[in-house]
Design a protein around this ligand. Structure first.
Ligand code: ATP
Ligand code: MG
Length: 577
C-alpha cells in the first residue's frame, strides 16, 4: 500500500491521501459503484467503475458493487446480470455485492427515528401540490399544512403506509428541513412514497419505497463507504446527503442496523463523504441509458450489444479491449470540469492496445481475382509469415499460396489517378511476401466491370532470389483463392455523423443524426488459418484494420468478423477539412 498520491493522480486521490493523513478515514478506503439496474452499462459508467475500483486498489481498500434497486418498476434481472458481467469484463472484482433493497428494513427504521426526532412527517399533499408548494429558484416554498402533525400521528400514519393501507400517491414521508432554503433539494424533500409494485428482490413485501437521496446516503453509511464518488449533478444534493447522515446518525445508533446484522451483511458503519466529479462524455455518441434504450426499442440498432453501441457489451462485441478503455479513462483524468472527449482518442487507445496484442492475418474484403499466368495450373506452396511484425513471441504461421488469388478491388485501377502506386495495366506491384507481379491482361464482363486481372510473377524477385531486393512503389496483400475461407465481414463505423448528436437546439434530435453508413456487410475472404478463430478473437487484417470474430454469429465454418477500428483515423482528417 502506498500513501503517496499514485502516478495517475487526480483531486479525488489527493483528498483520500489527505483524509488518511489526518485520520478522518483512518481505516481502509471503501468505495462503491452503484448502478441502477434499469439498462446496460455504457462507456461513461466505465469512468466511474475505473475511478471507484481504481481508488480502492490504490489505497489497499475495497470497492462494492451496489445495485441501486430502489425503483421497482424499471428494473430487470437481465440488467443485473449484464452489469455484473460488464464490471468483470472491464477487469474489476467487487469485495461485496449488495442491493439497496438489502437495506429496506434499515431505511424503514431510520425513517421512524427521523419521525420520532421531529425530522420527518407524513404529508397528504399530492405530487402536483408538493410541486406547487415547493416554490422556485427565486421564491421560497410554503410549509405543507401537514407539517405540524404530532410524532404519534406521524408514526401511526407511516406504519399504516408501510402496512399498505393507502393508495399510491395518497401520502408521502417528507423530511422536515427548510421550505425557504436556497437549495430546493432541502425544501422538505420526499423520503418515501407509496408504490404497490412487485420488486425484483423483495417481491410484494414493501408497498413503500425510499427516494434516491435518502436511500443512497444511508446505503453508503451502512456499507462503511468512506468516499462516495458521484457525478457533478449531485453537487446540489450533497447538503441533503449530509443532512440524512447527520440526522440518522448511524454510528451512534447501532439498533438501526440490526436488520443487516441479523442478515449477516454487517460491515462497520461510516460517515461517508460525497465527492463529485465531471461525467465522462464522448463526441459522436449519446450516453444516457434512456436514449440507448430508445435506440434498442425503436429497432435503430440490433440490441444493447450492437457493435455500434457505446455500451460496454457493444464495445466488447466490437472488439475494444478492456485495457484500452481503462487506459482511456486514466488518460482523460478526473476533474470537476465537464468536457467532451473525442471518440478518436478512445479509438487511438484501442489501436495501441490491439497493435500490441493482435496477431496479423490476411483478408480481402472486396475481392478481385488475380491469376498468375506463369505459374502452372494447380501450383501450390506454403509460405511462412510472422504473426506479429514487432513481437517474435507471436511465432509464425503457414499461409498457402497458389496461382489464383484474391486481391482488394481497390488495389487495382485501370485508369489510375496521379500518385496511385498499386496495380495498373502494364504496371508492377509487390505481392506481400511473394515477389513482384506485372499486370498483363484485364478481363471484363459485358458491362465493362473488371472481373479478373492476369499477371506474371517475376520469379527473380521471390524471397531469397537474386532480385528480391528490387524495389517497386506499392505492396498489396492477397489470399489464395482455393484456400481462403469465405467470410461475412461487418464494417462498422460511428453510429452518429455529427460530433454532438444530443444537441437539439436546431430542432433536430439524435434520430436525425444517425449515420446511414454505420454498418455495411460485405462478403470477403480470410486466410485459411482463421478457420481456428474463436468468437471474440481479435486480429489485424493487414492494411485493413483490426477485426474481431463476432461473439454471437461467428462459428467454425461460418466466419463472421466485425471491424473494430480502421488502422488510421479517417474521421479527424475528414472533419478537419
Ligand atoms: P444515465 O444518465 O446514463 O442513465 P445514470 O447516472 O442514471 O446514467 P446510474 O446507473 O445511476 O446511471 O449510474 C451509476 C453510476 O455511474 C453513478 O455513480 C453515476 O454517477 C455514474 N455514471 C453514469 N454515467 C456516467 C458518466 N457519463 N461518467 C461518469 N460516471 C457516470
Ligand atoms: Mg440514474
Amino acid at each position: 500500500m502506498t500513501e503517496a498520491a499514485p502516478s495517475n493522480s487526480n483531486f479525488i486521490r489527493h483528498i483520500v491521501v489527505d483524509d488518511r493523513a489526518t485520520g478522518k478515514h483512518a481505516g481502509r478506503v471503501v468505495t462503491r459503484f452503484p448502478p441502477e439496474p434499469n439498462g446496460y452499462l455504457h462507456l461513461g459508467h466505465a469512468k466511474s467503475i475505473c475511478l471507484n475500483f481504481g481508488i480502492a486498489a490504490d489505497f489497499g481498500g475495497v470497492c462494492h458493487l451496489r445495485l441501486d434497486d430502489t425503483n421497482p418498476a424499471r428494473e430487470d434481472p437481465e440488467y443485473v446480470d449484464a452489469i455484473k458481467a460488464d464490471v468483470h469484463w472491464l477487469g474489476f472484482d467487487w469485495d461485496a455485492l449488495r442491493h439497496a433493497s438489502d437495506y429496506f428494513s434499515v431505511f424503514y427504521l431510520c425513517a421512524e427515528k427521523l419521525i420520532r426526532d421531529g425530522d420527518a412527517f407524513v404529508c397528504d399533499l399530492s405530487a402536483d401540490e408538493i410541486r406547487e408548494y415547493r416554490g422556485t429558484l427565486t421564491e421560497p416554498g410554503r410549509n405543507s399544512p401537514y407539517r405540524d402533525r404530532s410524532v404519534d400521528e406521524n408514526i401511526d400514519l407511516f406504519r399504516r403506509m408501510r402496512a399498505g393501507e393507502f393508495a399510491d400517491g395518497a401520502k408521502t414521508l417528507r423530511a422536515k428541513i427548510d421550505m425557504a432554503s436556497g437549495n430546493i433539494n432541502l425544501r422538505d424533500p420526499t423520503l418515501y412514497r407509496i408504490r404497490k409494485v412487485t420488486h425484483q428482490n423483495t417481491g410484494d413485501a414493501w408497498p413503500i419505497y425510499p427516494m434516491y437521496d435518502y436511500a443512497h446516503a444511508i446505503s453508503d453509511a451502512v456499507e462503511g463507504i468512506t468516499h462516495s464518488l458521484c457525478t457533478l449533478e449531485f453537487e446540489d444534493h450533497r447538503p441533503l446527503y449530509d443532512w440524512c447522515l447527520q440526522r440518522v446518525d448511524l454510528p451512534n445508533h447501532p439498533e438501526l442496523v440490526r436488520p443487516v446484522i441479523d442478515a449477516g451483511l454487517f460491515m462497520p458503519v461510516s460517515t461517508p463523504q460525497q465527492i463529485e466529479f465531471a461525467r465522462g462524455n464522448l463526441d459522436y455518441t449519446v450516453m444516457s441509458k434512456r436514449k440507448l434504450m430508445e435506440l434498442v426499442t425503436e429497432g435503430l440498432v440490433e440490441g444493447w450489444d450492437d457493435p455500434r453501441m457505446p455500451t460496454l457489451s457493444g464495445v466488447r462485441r466490437r472488439g475494444f479491449p478492456p485495457a484500452a478503455i481503462r487506459t482511456f479513462w486514466d488518460r482523460a483524468g478526473v476533474t470537476k470540469q465537464n468536457s467532451t472527449i473525442e471518440f478518436s482518442v478512445l479509438e487511438g487507445c484501442v489501436r495501441d492496445a490491439l497493435d500490441a496484442s493482435a496477431a496479423r492475418r490476411f483478408a480481402v474484403i472486396d475481392p478481385l481475382k488475380l491469376t498468375l499466368t506463369n505459374l502452372p495450373e494447380g501450383h501450390t506452396e506454403t509460405l511462412t509469415f510472422p504473426n506479429h511484425p514487432k513481437n517474435e513471441a507471436f511465432g509464425t504461421r503457414a499461409v498457402p499460396f497458389s496461382r489464383a488469388l484474391w486481391i482488394e478491388r481497390e488495389d487495382f485501377m485501370e485508369v489510375p489517378p496521379k500518385g496511385f502506386h498499386r496495380l495498373i495495366p502494364g504496371g508492377e506491384v509487390r505481392l506481400r511476401g511473394v515477389g513482384i507481379v506485372k499486370c498483363t491482361e484485364v478481363l471484363k464482363d459485358t458491362n465493362g466491370n473488371v472481373t479478373e486481372v492476369r499477371c506474371t510473377l517475376d520469379t527473380d524477385t521471390r524471397h531469397g532470389a537474386p532480385g528480391a531486393e528490387r524495389k517497386v512503389k506499392g505492396t498489396i496483400h492477397w489470399v489464395s483463392a482455393r484456400d481462403a475461407l469465405a467470410a461475412e465481414i461487418r464494417l462498422y463505423d460511428r453510429l452518429f455523423n455529427v460530433p454532438d448528436p444530443d444537441d437539439d437546439s436546431d430542432g433536430k434530435t439524435y434520430h436525425d443524426h444517425l449515420n446511414p453508413d454505420s454498418r455495411r456487410v460485405v462478403s470477403g475472404y480470410v486466410e485459411a488459418s482463421l478457420a481456428n478463430a474463436k468468437a471474440g478473437d481479435s486480429c489485424q487484417f493487414e492494411r485493413l484494420g483490426y477485426f474481431v470474430a463476432d461473439a454471437r454469429d461467428h462459428a467454425p465454418g461460418k466466419p463472421v468478423f466485425n471491424r473494430t477500428v480502421t488502422l488510421r483515423d479517417s474521421w479527424t482528417k475528414a472533419t478537419a477539412k
